[in-house]
Structures are given as structure tokens and as C-alpha cells.
Ligand binder design. Structure first.
Ligand code: DC
Length: 225
């Protein structure tokens, strides 16, 4: 049987990882947070002391980095060269740098190859990212595009990040979200865009429960046909 592939794309703070984890748990599938892979690659670049504008060096470091996603969807751990970096990859610096290095085609090529291998290995997978339904798995069984207005996405991100980084202001988070959206959507290689056959859900006014119910309904409909 070919594995079931569920793609979830969308901008930062739209709810992709919360919903991706829940779907994976509910359906007994693997969960792959592809953003965490770009973040781990960014951390490797910092660790190697490489300048982010040197695309060749960044690509060399990123392609050599051993990146593993371990554990179940609810307690996913990210390992870089065997070291648990789950917390380190969530800092502001790495958030920004991951968006920057993700514009480099050689970095994308390498991570996309790894994501395809992960997706094809098991009995099914939920992947969340920016280019899953358009580039990584254009033949995915189900594609979702989650979105929400920037202020709401910034509010969610701020609520999460503020405890960890008390100096952070809401305006910083909103500005960061806008800059990242712009970069992720306008880069030449695999920009964030809605796949033609994606189910688009605007989560601005919806609870996690409501979005989850809608997604599950879509998946169940597809599985029957
Ligand atoms: O989803 P996230 O915020 O953890 O992702 C971090 C960055 O990685 C994001 O700004 C863009 C990049 N990314 C990407 O280019 N393609 C993906 N499939 C996932 C993330």
C-alpha cells in the first residue's frame, strides 16, 4: 500500500504544527515538521561560524548536518548531529536565519530530498511547511493551506514566545511575521503559495477544535473515495 500523505502549508502562526500533530496522532501517522529541519540547518550554520550571505558555505554546512526528528507527534524532539536542539531552534535569531537560508536552492534541494525519504518510509505521514503540496509532495493525497490574518498569527506567536523571551513586544512579533511572510512568499525557489487542489482554511475566527474537525472531515471523505 502506498503511504497516505497529508500536506499542510501556510504562513507562520496559522496553526499548522498544532493541527498537524493532532491529525498525525488521530490517524496514527508520522509527523514531519519541515520548518524544524530548516531551523536545525540554520543552527548548524551558526555553530559552524558561517556567514549567512555565503550561500555555498551555508549549503555545504546544511547538507552535512545530520537532522533527525524523534519521538511521537506530541513530544517531537529535533536532533542535530545527535544533540537535542528542540529548544535552541526556537529563538528569534534562528527563526530569522531559517527564513534566510531557506531561500538558497541547494539547501532546499537537500532538505526536500530528505523530506521525501521520510514521507515514503512509513505507512503515512503528515508534513507541515511552506512548499509541501506544491513541491515536496505535489501528488499528496490531501492538501491543506491554513491561513489567518497577520495580527491573529502574531498574537498566537507572541503568546507562545513571550514567556521564553520576556523582552519581546507584540510589535516585534508582528514585524517579524510580516518580514518572514514577505520573504517566504517572494523567494524565487519554491515560494509559499496555495496549491491548486488545496483545501484553504482561514483559522482567524476558528478554535483549534473547529479547524481539527474540518480537517478530519476532509481526510475521511478522501479516504472513502
Ligand atoms: O514553520 P517554521 O516557522 O518553523 O519555519 C521556519 C522557516 O523555514 C520559515 O520562515 C520558512 C522556512 N521553511 C521553508 O522554506 N519551507 C518549509 N517547508 C518549511 C519552512
Amino acid at each position: 500500500m502506498t503511504p497516505l500523505i497529508i500536506a499542510i502549508d501556510g504562513p507562520s502562526g496559522a496553526g499548522k504544527s498544532t493541527l498537524g500533530r493532532r491529525l498525525a496522532r488521530e490517524l496514527g501517522l508520522l509527523y514531519v515538521d519541515t520548518g524544524a529541519m530548516y531551523r536545525a540547518a540554520a543552527l548548524a550554520v551558526v555553530g559552524a561560524g558561517v556567514n549567512a550571505v555565503d550561500a555555498d558555505e551555508v549549503a555545504r554546512v546544511a547538507t552535512r548536518a545530520r537532522i533527525e526528528l524523534a519521538g511521537d507527534p506530541d513530544s517531537l524532539r529535533v536532533l542535530l548531529d545527535g544533540r537535542d536542539v528542540s529548544a535552541e531552534i526556537r529563538t528569534e535569531q534562528i527563526t530569522r536565519l531559517s527564513s534566510v537560508i531557506s531561500t538558497i536552492p541547494a539547501v532546499r534541494r537537500d532538505l526536500v530530498r530528505r523530506q521525501r525519504e521520510m514521507g515514503e518510509a512509513g505507512r503515512g505521514v503528515v508534513l507541515d511547511g511552506r512548499d509541501i503540496g506544491t513541491v515536496v509532495f505535489p501528488q499528496a493525497d490531501v492538501k491543506f493551506f491554513l491561513t489567518a490574518v497577520p495580527e491573529e498569527r502574531a498574537k498566537r506567536r507572541f503568546d507562545e514566545d513571550h514567556a521564553r523571551e520576556p523582552d519581546l513586544t507584540f510589535q516585534d512579533t508582528l514585524a517579524d511575521i510580516n518580514t518572514r511572510d514577505e520573504r517566504d512568499s517572494t523567494r524565487a525557489d519554491s515560494p509559499l503559495r496555495i496549491a491548486e487542489d488545496a483545501v484553504v482554511i482561514d483559522t482567524t475566527e476558528l478554535s483549534v477544535e473547529q479547524v481539527f474537525a474540518r480537517m478530519l472531515e476532509v481526510v475521511r471523505d478522501r479516504q472513502v473515495t
